[in-house]
Structure formats: structure tokens, C-alpha cells
Design a protein around this ligand. Structure first.
Ligand code: NDP
Ligand SMILES: O=C1O[C@H](COP(=O)(O)O)[C@@H](O)[C@H](O)[C@H]1O
Length: 490
């Protein structure tokens, strides 16, 4: 067992405790940290929502959902009992100042020095009111953190309004804006890979790199979240946050250290250097798609409009060709792609290097491929360096393209915390490095707003794709026009 980073005892309130996020991700994450012995015994966890439930009913709900979401991870009775003893429930309308705030207060430790975390697993439209209500109810201490889920807003204006509203009650150092991709093991490893290995940094620039691909493909559809998703679409739901954060980590300058503002200062420079999309450039550099009925893993999958129950112009797929206008990345395209109901759940960052300037072997030796560094975020986490080698044997100088392969499953056998487990503990430690600062969120929205505006001005088409495919054909064409192709190897 790896050494655990100790955390101080804390009180954690999860608003929206009966919702999907709380029951599928947050309660299991807290249970896992308890099971691993990282949560001190004097900590308290309070689920809060409007439903009238007793604490026992809520514990039963959390347990039942845990079993449903983790069928291969049977609950250990003694461990669950210890966790459940720390878990309480408060019936509360968090958006209403007149609600049962006194009841919530009674469930919290009055010691003002204890860490306090309020997690907003709520509709973002009420974040400002909830923050004000916490303060008004006297629950804010200097040790308090508020954790805001994405999406922070719907566009730049609404993001600013939310940030302003929360900022009236809490200082920026107390606001933890979650992007759960920043908590993923392989995403964090990207920093170590880049900055703890001397071989990469000298090559990490436009002199040697041909292009970068960032793909986050999902096999699930919008499903039960279709009514939320339809107001959002793939650009707002995935690109504005997860893909842009990944892009920042790939493209930023080396930070001096991993201190929060040092890393965030480097990320914001990347966001500000992103070339804006305009009406003149948007058609050539972006693709919108929406899935139609198809087959995934041998099973029929409905189309998006069937799931939603009505016609829709919302994109469930987006591909973009982006440019970072700075010295390091001049002329290097960053191709971003994300979609639902794709052929497989697969997220990769691919750094494709330029091909050799001259081949020392003739065409009979086989195709000469460029070196690729492939960082697989999920599933099958790993890092592959795809290289040319000589195919061994009597066939003379035959070329073979093979991976140097670091598979997490084979190399690291112990279970490691998932993104939410890691991020929740980072909140308790007060480590903001893995959370988005206000200016980052707003800079990302400013870039996305330009794309949305250009899509609307130019009436950019929505191309259909079959569920279980790799997106619309236009996505392949986006790269094909540049003599490139998506890396879609499993
Ligand atoms: N689900 C996911 O995988 C992800 C979700 N998110 C974000 O997390 C947030 C929650 O999402 P999700 O759990 O899916 O949403 P759900 O609709 O499943 O749950 C929302 C929760 O909020 C509660 N709620 C709504 N209004 C209030 C209120 N005024 N006061 C107190 N509680 C309230 C609801 O319970 P009740 O009505 O009983 O009060 C319910 O518990 C959203 O911002 C979403 O965008 C972000 C990333 C992933
Ligand atoms: O934030 C979101 O992320 C999920 C994908 O997360 P992952 O960790 O399973 O890759 C996505 O399905 C959802 O639409 C989006 O809101």
C-alpha cells in the first residue's frame, strides 16, 4: 500500500445529495477514502437535499446506489458501518435563505478551526444564492471551501455572473472549481512525463512536433441527462472544460513548481494565446455532428433525438482544428475531438512528431511512420511511444512500427484513487493546483463563445453519424485535408 497523504479532520456538506453526481461519484469517493483510512474519524459528512429523508434512509440510499454502481466491489460491513456513522442527512433547500439552515448548522462541528467543505452538486443557476445562504447562516469560517461543479455558466456572461455572485460571499482562495479530468491519474502524470524526463522538453515545440490530437470519445449517449445536455451540447459540456484543460497541460510552459497559482498562470497564457474562431474560419476548422440510431458492442443504440423525444440541433460530437499563437506552437495544429455514442470509450492525447527529413532505406523496406507519443487517459491507462524499428529476421532491412509500452494495469498493480477521490482530498488539504481559477474558466468561455457565435452566424451544419462509429465523415476530412488522420488504434 502506498503511503497516504494525511488530511486534517473535516466536515463535508454535499448539496444535491440525492442527485446522480452525489450518489454515483461523491459518496463512493468518500467511502473509498474512508476505507483506505485517509479520512480521520472525527470527520463528518452531511448529505443535503430537498427530499424529506431520515439519516437512515439516506444511508440506505447511498449504500444501495454504491452496490449498483460498484457491483464488483462488495461492501465490507464493518467498514461501511464506520462510514455510515459519520454520514448524516439534512432536508434543506439550499437556494432558499429561509430553509432549515439551523438544522444544518447543528450537524456541523462548531470548532471554527476545522476544515469545512461545501460541495455544490446542484444546478449552477443557484450557486450564488447557495454561497450567500451559507454565509448568511453563519456557516462560513476562514477554513471553509466551496466546491463548484461544472458547468460554471452557459457562456462568458453567465460564468462571470456566477463567479461574481460566489465571489461576494467567498474569497477566490476558498473557491474550488472542479474539472474532474484534472484529477485523473494519467492527466496528472502528463506533468511528470513532460517535466520530470529530460528527453521530452527539448523536443516539445514546433521545430519537432507536427501536430497534437486530443480525443475524448464516449460510447454512452446523453441518456437520462438529455434534457440538460440538449441545452449544452458537446462544445459546452466537454470542450470548454475537459478538453481545454488537457490542451493547457500539453501546451503550457514549464511551471517553476506545482504551486496552484504558478501552474494556473502558465495555463492562462495558453488560453489567451488560442487563436479565436471567426465567421471566416469556422467552417474550415470545425465539425458538428449528432448521432443517429446504430449498434454499439453488438447492441442496438437509439439516436439522440429518440432519447430526447424531439427534434434537436444540438451537437453530440465536435471536432476542432485549433492554433496556439505563440513562439512554441507556431504552425502546430491542435486537433480536438469529443463525441457521445462513438465506437468505443477512449481518451487519448497524441503528440505526433515530424517525420525524418530523409529516409536511408528504400520504399521496399516498408512505410516510414513518424514517432508518436500516445497518452491513453482511459480506459487501459498508459503511455506508448510509437517508434520505427527493424523487423528482426532474415528479411533484410524491413521496417516495423512498434510501441514502447507503459501499461498502468501491468506496471502498477495497486488500486489508485479515482479523480473525485483525489480532488476531494485536495480540497481538504487546500491545494488549489488541480482546480480552475476564475480567469481560466472565463478565458475558456470567451474562446468557446466565439465558436458558438461563428457557428450561428455561418449556420454551420450538423452532420449525422451512426451510433457506434467514429463520428461524421467530415471529422476524418478535417485532418485528411492536411494529410493527417485521427489516431484510432485500440
Ligand atoms: N452527473 C454527472 O455525472 C455530472 C454532473 N455535473 C454537475 O453536477 C451538478 C449536479 O448534477 P447531477 O447530480 O447530475 O444532477 P441531478 O439532477 O441528478 O441532481 C441534482 C440534485 O440537486 C438537488 N437540488 C436541486 N435543487 C436544489 C435546491 N434548490 N436545494 C437543494 N438541493 C437541490 C436535487 O435534489 P432535490 O430536488 O431533492 O433537492 C438533486 O439532489 C450539476 O451542476 C451538473 O451539471 C458535472 C459533471 C458530471
Ligand atoms: O463532465 C462530463 O464528463 C463526462 C465524462 O467523464 P468521464 O470521466 O466518464 O470521461 C461526460 O459523460 C458528461 O457528459 C460531462 O458532463
Amino acid at each position: 500500500m502506498a503511503k497516504l497523504i494525511p488530511v486534517d479532520p473535516f466536515d463535508c456538506v454535499v448539496f444535491g445529495a440525492t442527485g446522480d453526481l452525489a450518489l454515483r461519484k461523491l459518496m463512493p469517493a468518500l467511502y473509498h477514502r474512508w476505507r483506505d483510512g485517509q479520512i480521520p474519524a472525527s470527520s463528518r459528512i452531511v448529505g443535503a437535499a430537498r427530499a424529506a429523508l431520515s439519516a437512515d434512509e439516506y444511508r440506505a440510499m447511498a449504500r444501495e446506489k454504491y452496490q449498483a454502481f460498484f457491483p464488483d466491489d462488495p461492501i465490507d460491513e464493518k467498514t461501511w458501518k464506520g462510514f455510515a456513522e459519520r454520514l448524516a442527512y439534512c432536508e434543506l433547500d439550499a437556494g432558499d435563505a429561509g430553509s432549515n439552515w439551523a438544522d444544518l448548522s447543528a450537524l456541523l462541528d462548531p470548532a471554527s478551526g476545522k476544515k469545512r467543505m461545501f460541495y455544490f452538486a446542484l444546478p449552477p443557476s443557484i450557486y450564488g444564492d447557495v454561497a450567500a445562504n451559507i454565509a448568511r447562516a453563519g456557516l462560513k469560517t476562514p477554513q471553509t471551501a466551496v466546491v463548484l461543479e461544472k458547468p460554471i455558466g452557459f457562456d462568458l456572461a453567465s460564468a462571470r455572473a456566477i463567479n461574481d455572485a460566489v465571489g461576494r460571499s467567498f474569497e477566490e482562495r476558498q473557491v474550488f472549481r472542479i474539472d474532474h479530468y484534472l484529477g485523473k491519474e494519467t492527466v496528472q502524470n502528463l506533468l511528470i512525463l513532460r517535466f520530470a524526463n529530460a528527453i521530452f522538453e527539448p523536443l516539445w515545440n514546433a521545430n519537432v512536433i507536427d501536430h497534437v490530437q486530443i480525443s475524448v470519445n464516449e460510447s454512452i449517449g446523453a441518456g437520462g441527462r438529455a434534457s440538460y445536455y440538449d441545452k449544452s451540447g458537446a462544445l459546452r459540456d466537454m470542450v470548454q472544460n475537459h478538453l481545454m484543460q488537457l490542451l493547457c497541460l500539453v501546451a503550457m510552459e514549464p511551471p517553476l513548481e506545482l504551486a496552484a497559482d504558478v501552474v494556473r498562470d502558465e495555463k492562462i497564457k495558453v488560453l489567451r494565446a488560442l487563436r479565436p474562431f471567426t465567421a471566416a474560419t469556422v467552417k474550415e476548422n470545425s465539425v458538428r455532428g449528432q448521432y443517429r440510431a446504430g449498434v454499439i458492442d453488438g447492441r442496438p443504440a437509439p439516436g439522440y433525438e429518440e432519447e430526447l423525444g424531439r427534434k434537436s440541433d444540438t451537437e453530440t460530437f465536435v471536432a476542432l482544428k485549433a492554433h496556439i499563437d505563440n513562439w512554441r506552437w507556431a504552425g502546430v495544429p491542435f486537433y480536438l475531438r469529443t463525441g457521445k455514442r462513438m465506437s468505443a470509450r477512449r481518451s487519448d492525447i497524441v503528440i505526433q512528431f515530424k517525420n525524418v527529413a530523409h529516409s536511408i532505406v528504400g520504399p521496399e523496406a516498408g512505410a516510414l511512420h513518424p514517432v508518436r507519443l500516445v497518452i491513453r487517459l482511459q480506459p487501459d491507462e498508459g503511455v506508448k511511444l510509437m517508434l520505427m524499428t527493424k523487423d528482426p529476421g532474415p528479411g533484410g532491412m524491413r521496417l516495423k512500427y512498434v510501441p514502447l509500452n507503459l501499461s498502468y494495469a501491468e506496471t502498477f498493480t495497486r488500486r489508485y484513487p479515482d479523480a473525485y477521490e483525489r480532488l476531494l482530498m485536495a480540497v481538504v488539504r487546500g491545494d488549489l493546483a488541480l482546480f480552475m481559477r476564475r480567469d481560466e474558466v472565463e478565458a475558456a468561455w470567451a474562446w468557446v463563445d466565439d465558436i458558438l457565435q461563428a457557428w450561428s452566424d455561418e449556420a454551420v451544419k450538423l452532420y449525422p453519424y451512426t451510433a457506434g462509429s467514429d463520428g461524421p465523415a467530415q471529422s476524418a476530412m478535417l485532418l485528411d485535408r492536411d494529410g493527417r488522420e485521427w489516431f484510432d488504434e485500440t
